[in-house]
Design a protein around this ligand. Structure first.
Ligand code: MN
Length: 753
């Protein structure tokens, strides 16, 4: 990206028509020849000659002949491989507005469609950003209207593409404008209207040029500071990139991948600045995902295989795994994304895709608005064509509406979305009203899943009930096998009216049954405690002495807490209970129970320093209490909290550990004692220390101990006590150490505190 930006900002005016024909116009024709017919290329030349004649001796503020501008605009569009009408319109886009020639002149020489698009461009250029309401909400509304008007006036989306390319060149040459005030106004207008439109149309290439160009004018100090930071820190040969590419190459070669290519991308200055705002820092070095690596593979199967390999070696951040291959973005963008820990000392993003997907991602959505283009992936281009067509139809309808509001409503619904579309893990689409929660989804999918909801998983991460769904979310509902969990409380987390009605009906009908069930459970628990026969067992007196209705009514009363259980039981088991009471055994048990209750008091646990409270459960085996030192472990779908001494942690992959601490306590680093055998040679220990340094792990203690021979070489036992805030690091530390020849991996590893 920096290279493309360098080229963009290093603008050299083209000062004569001859030069133009040697450079930009020649490029235009050459690209056109690669996919247009001879007749069509001839038509492009004809349009160029007509534009030359129309603009005559007009000059731009840069001193260039005016003709340079439309040719440059058409050239920007060429990355999208536009159709012939679009190229001609781009060349003629300023003719109606700036020269004596008219709509009819164009219609006669070319096609009606071209003349229509030219007049569309003239109209669009009247949409200006000014006189904004002062308050924020007012500004947002006004901008929304401007953007919609802009889209609507374009009617044909190709007009919008040309207008965006027009603005790209105007921003590129804006520094020639003598008035600072005007420069800032145009840059601001670009930022507020053109950038969001480019973004909405997924034209990321134009978006990057527009936002960085505007940023440079609006905030030159910040732009220069970040731009030079990026160039200094990340030139192409930089160690970080080299090391990353080397590491990945080794990994994939080791795993027998035959054909792959590793690329990298760097965030643009504007995007870095935006992130700095978000994280409230003015230091660009604090932004961690400036570099991402891209792994390009020959087919889809290898993409998934590569994702698996990466996850095998490095711990993925579960909510950052994105599968745009099976669920492409609306523009057809396909790729796998994942962010992992352990590759460097900070999270690193990987984008995994095929050669073809990479091509399409580079050119952006409009790559396929050239409907005639042949030989490319049909499914993707069809998808894009469909999406564009849909957008275009809505935009076109605008001319039929007298009532602007209803048009905007429709645009709102269709494009901006009052409804959201989420997916099942199998890829079925579920449409829900905006603002829906996960339970709305559970009620929508089918029959009785909603009765037994245990947890909801969105994008492979467990979410709370008050998670608001967004379009593209992949939602999975986990259920209990034999338990109804539907409850009154859910009414607070359901927006769909039909789902609310369903739940209310259920609650009414099932109230009685639930109480009976609950009463039975309570009673049986007490019977068991007292050592008396359970309901339904052979010696059960209660069921024998009461009718079914009587029993059920009593159970309901018990469940509702209206009938003391002991009083009820004494009707049947008076002697036995009195005997127990005499021995004060029953009382003691009550005491024990109180004790037990106190002991089981649990505070909330904060996991991985995430205040938004990840869902978790406690390990059954070690059952941690508030005073225990704890740690969490991620599984496929759930997080479990353990005591650090829990036996189940002895034989696990340490990379799955997460920091955990009780809500009302301060997080403290974990102390881990660790023994490893180091080759008894100069430098070997230093090598160990440098690995620890690389992982930024604190060493609390280091002792050298016994020596022993392994494979004819002498090794020294090295006992380390390490301190870590992120326990997962120990997992990748072990992996890294395993790769070091001069070290033999530990035979003792303990979480000490
Ligand atoms: Mn123009």
């Amino acid at each position: 990206m920096l290279k493309a930006l360098d080229k963009f900002f290093d603008y050299k005016p083209v000062l004569s028509i001859e030069e133009l024909e040697r450079t930009d116009f020649k490029n235009l024709l050459e690209t056109a020849k690669t996919y247009l017919s001879e007749d069509e290329v001839a038509k492009v030349k004809q349009a160029y000659e007509f534009a030359k004649q129309a603009h005559g001796d007009d000059k731009r503020l840069s001193g260039e002949p005016y003709l340079v501008h439309p040719v440059k605009v058409a050239n920007f569009l060429m990355v999208l491989k536009p159709d012939i009408e679009t190229i001609i319109t781009a060349l003629l886009h300023d003719v109606i507005e700036d020269t004596p020639y008219t709509y009819e002149d164009i219609q006669v020489r070319f096609w009606k469609k071209v003349a229509d698009m030219c007049s569309g461009l003239e109209k669009v250029s009247k949409v200006r950003y000014k006189d904004l309401p002062k308050d924020k909400a007012g500004e947002a509304r006004h901008l929304e209207t401007l953007k919609k008007t802009f889209l609507a006036m374009g009617r044909d989306l190709r007009v919008i593409f040309i207008k965006l390319a027009d603005r790209v060149h105007n921003i590129q040459t804006l520094h020639f404008h003598p008035k600072e005030e005007k420069r800032k106004r145009i840059a601001l207008e670009t930022m507020k209207i053109y950038v969001p439109i480019a973004q909405r149309l997924w034209l990321s290439y134009f978006q990057t040029l527009l936002e960085n160009g505007s940023f440079k004018i609006l905030n030159p100090q910040e732009f220069d500071r970040i731009y030079s930071f990026l160039k200094k820190k990340f030139p192409q040969s930089d160690v970080i990139i080299k090391r990353g590419i080397q590491k990945l190459t080794q990994l994939f070669e080791k795993e027998w991948f035959k054909e792959f290519e590793i690329k990298w991308r760097i965030k643009s200055p504007y995007r870095v600045w935006k992130k700095m705002q978000k994280y409230k820092t003015d230091n660009p070095a604090k932004i961690l995902d400036i570099i991402a690596f891209r792994i390009i593979l020959p087919d889809v199967a290898s993409c998934y295989a590569a994702l698996g390999i990466i996850h095998q070696y490095y711990i993925p951040l579960l909510n950052k795994i994105k599968d745009y291959i099976s669920l492409p973005k609306p523009n057809g963008y396909r790729s796998l994304h994942t962010t992992v820990l352990g590759f460097f000392s900070y999270p690193v993003e990987f984008q995994i895709r095929t050669f073809e997907m990479d091509q399409i991602a580079e050119y952006g959505v409009a790559a396929h608005f050239a409907y005639k283009e042949a030989g490319k992936s049909v499914s993707v281009s069809q998808q894009q064509a469909h999406w564009i067509q849909k957008l275009q139809e809505i935009v076109k309808k605008y001319q039929w509406y007298d009532d602007k509001q209803s048009f905007e409503d429709e645009l709102q619904v269709e494009v901006l979305g009052k409804n959201i579309f989420v997916y099942t893990p199998k890829g079925d689409v579920v449409e829900l009203p905006q603002g829906s929660w996960v339970l709305d989804f559970a009620f929508r999918i089918h029959t009785d899943i909603w009765l037994k909801v245990k947890s909801a998983i969105v994008n492979w991460k467990i979410v709370p009930l008050d998670y608001k769904l967004k379009t593209w979310d992949i939602v999975e509902i986990k259920t209990y096998k034999n338990r109804y969990s539907a409850s009154k409380g859910w009414l607070n987390y359901i927006v769909t009216p039909s789902a609310r009605a369903k739940l209310q009906r259920f609650l009414k009908q099932k109230d009685k049954e639930l109480y009976i069930q609950k009463g039975k459970e309570l009673l049986n628990a007490r019977l068991e405690e007292l050592g008396l026969p359970l309901l339904g067992s052979a010696e059960d007196k209660i069921s024998k002495q009461l009718s079914k209705d009587e029993l059920e009514n009593n159970l309901i009363l018990i469940a509702q807490g209206q009938l003391p259980m002991l009083r009820f039981l004494k009707k049947f088991w008076l002697r036995e209970i009195e005997a127990l009471e005499k021995q004060k055994l029953a009382k003691q048990q009550v005491k024990d129970e109180i004790q037990k209750d106190l002991a089981s008091v649990k505070s909330e646990v904060i996991i991985d320093f995430d205040k938004s409270k990840l869902n978790y459960s406690f390990c059954q085996a070690c059952n941690p209490k508030v005073w225990d030192r704890i740690i969490a472990k991620t599984g496929r779908t759930a997080i479990k909290v353990h005591k650090i001494s829990c036996k189940s942690l002895k034989s696990i992959n340490y990379a799955h550990l997460l920091e955990a601490h009780w809500e009302n306590q301060q997080p403290q680093p974990y102390k881990i004692s660790f023994r490893i055998w180091v080759l008894n040679r100069p430098g070997a220990l230093l090598q160990l220390l440098s690995v620890l340094e690389e992982f930024r792990i604190n060493i609390l203690d280091l002792k050298l101990g016994d020596k022993k021979m392994i494979d004819g070489q002498e090794y020294v036992a090295t006992e380390l006590v390490l301190s870590l805030t992120q326990p997962a690091k120990i997992g990748y530390l072990i992996k890294e150490l395993k790769n070091q020849r001069r070290l033999v991996i530990c035979d003792k590893l303990d979480l000490v505190e």
